[in-house]
Design a protein around this ligand. Structure first.
Ligand code: ARG
Length: 442
């Protein structure tokens, strides 16, 4: 029973939130006349000491006290005696854990906001340095159109911006205090829930005491947001792995972020990126695990809910570490602009530009332009040459109005530079987006 029941091994993580909640609760009990000034002072002092002992690693957590709440209270009793017994007036471990965990998830949202912002800052700096570096933009992993590296990186800045707003939404919605719900039904004592809510930085008390002790949707929401963010990191990590590969050689990571092989001396493996790519599985697993834990649970509290913590804690650690690793890699990476350019300048990547030329200069409907360009691509492919290598006669044969002038539209730089539409890949446009991103995110 003890082995399956005890939670102190992991919920000790909540000591800070637990003690902050108890201090606010004690103040409130005093204010409404349920604790004398002396009792309240003793409790405050005792709780401060417990907090300090834990911070300094001197606190002895005991399985016999089951969880963080009873460990703290037991030590408080050792320290101050009888008044410790009054702290739990008008409170239950049910609203206590609901409070502690909510506060913890709120802190996690705040920390992640900073972690994600740091990655955005690193990306924006790299984007700034390489606003005009050309690389192949892909669809289906096939060369599609030339893009700039700055533009590519800014795509992740946007995704991460939405991740931040998801955590901010989660934080906004969870910021109501469950304290005072007591076991589930409320309490006969004349407590002041507004006061404790305010003291703990909540917007208001939760409206329904049963909801207060039974709900963990804020943790689900947190894990959903973490999973989505992890998905973004995983995609970016995969790109780092690709870009690092011998076939691409678009970027280099220093030894700080790669590992060698115990057998192949030439190896420089992007292990950190591979691990970030993998970690999203744990995040999705945490979300799934909590969701399955909660489904079908009748109101209100059931001990099942004790199992909400480990996946959530683990997910937070995983995501925070992944973000740190990505930030480190982005700051560390050096760009091989020549390799990117070489890769971009192949595979008929400017075929769309030729079609656009036919539309803009000869007034053709895009569908016809697409068809004519397709025929020229086929011709060049058969000849084993590029579009720009086709002769004037070849061009004229495809369409009488098509002259050598069109070749100026076939360079990868030109192709990128012309994409000046809002949000497009042209270096000038990217620099504008960088300035805007700094304003919005940093
Ligand atoms: N350790 C418990 C948890 O994490 C705290 C609440 C326990 N409440 C109870 N009535 N047993 O959920």
């Amino acid at each position: 029973m003890s082995r399956i029941n005890v939670s102190i091994s992991f919920d000790r993580k909540l000591y800070h939130q637990d003690i902050a909640g108890s201090k606010a609760h004690a103040d409130m009990l005093h204010r409404v006349g349920l604790l004398t000034a002396e009792e309240c002072a003793a409790i405050q002092q005792g709780l401060d000491q417990v907090h300090q002992e834990i911070e300094e690693g001197r606190f002895v957590f005991k399985d016999e006290h089951e969880d963080i709440h009873m460990n703290v209270e037991a030590r408080l009793r050792e320290l101050i005696g009888a008044p410790a017994g009054r702290l739990h007036t008008a409170r239950s471990r049910n609203d206590q854990i609901a409070l502690d965990f909510r506060l913890w998830v709120r802190d996690a949202c705040d920390q992640l906001d900073g972690d994600i912002r740091a990655l955005q800052a690193a990306l924006i700096d790299q984007a700034d340095t390489h606003a005009d570096a050309i690389l192949p933009g892909l669809t289906h992993l096939q060369p599609a159109q030339p893009v700039t590296f700055g533009h590519h990186l800014l795509a992740y800045v946007e995704m991460l911006g939405r991740d931040r707003s998801r955590f901010a939404d989660c934080r906004r919605r969870l910021n109501e205090s469950p304290l005072g719900a007591a076991a589930l039904a409320g309490t006969p004592y004349a407590i002041d829930r507004q006061m404790t809510a305010r003291a703990l930085g909540f917007d208001r008390p939760m409206a329904n005491s049963m909801d207060a002790v039974a709900s963990r949707d804020y943790a689900q929401e947190f894990l959903a947001a973490a999973t989505i963010c992890g998905t973004h990191l995983s995609r970016f990590a995969e790109e780092i792995v690709l870009w690092m590969s011998n076939q691409y050689r678009f970027i280099r990571l220093s030894d700080a972020f790669t590992t060698g092989s115990s057998i192949m001396p030439q190896k420089k493996n992007p292990d950190a990126a591979e691990l970030v790519r993998a970690k999203v599985g744990r995040l999705a697993g945490a979300f799934t695990s909590l969701t399955i834990l909660l489904k079908g649970l009748a109101l209100t509290y059931s001990k099942d809910m004790q199992d909400d913590k480990e996946p959530t804690f683990e997910a937070m650690e995983t995501l925070s570490l992944s973000l740190a690793a990505m930030t480190g890699m982005v700051r560390d990476l050096s760009v091989n602009r020549e390799a990117m350019h070489r890769a971009a300048d192949s595979g008929f990547i400017t075929a769309t530009d030729l079609a656009d030329y036919l539309v803009l200069h000869l007034g053709l409907p895009f569908r016809d332009a697409h068809h004519i360009t397709g025929a020229l691509v086929k011709l060049a492919e058969d000849r084993g040459c590029g579009l720009a290598d086709l002769s004037d006669a070849d061009l004229a044969a495809a369409h009488p109005g098509l002259t050598g002038d069109a070749r100026s539209w076939l360079t990868v730089e030109g192709s990128a530079a012309r994409r000046t539409s809002e949000g497009g890949t042209a270096p000038d446009q990217v620099r504008r987006q960088i300035a805007a991103a700094r304003e919005r995110f940093l």
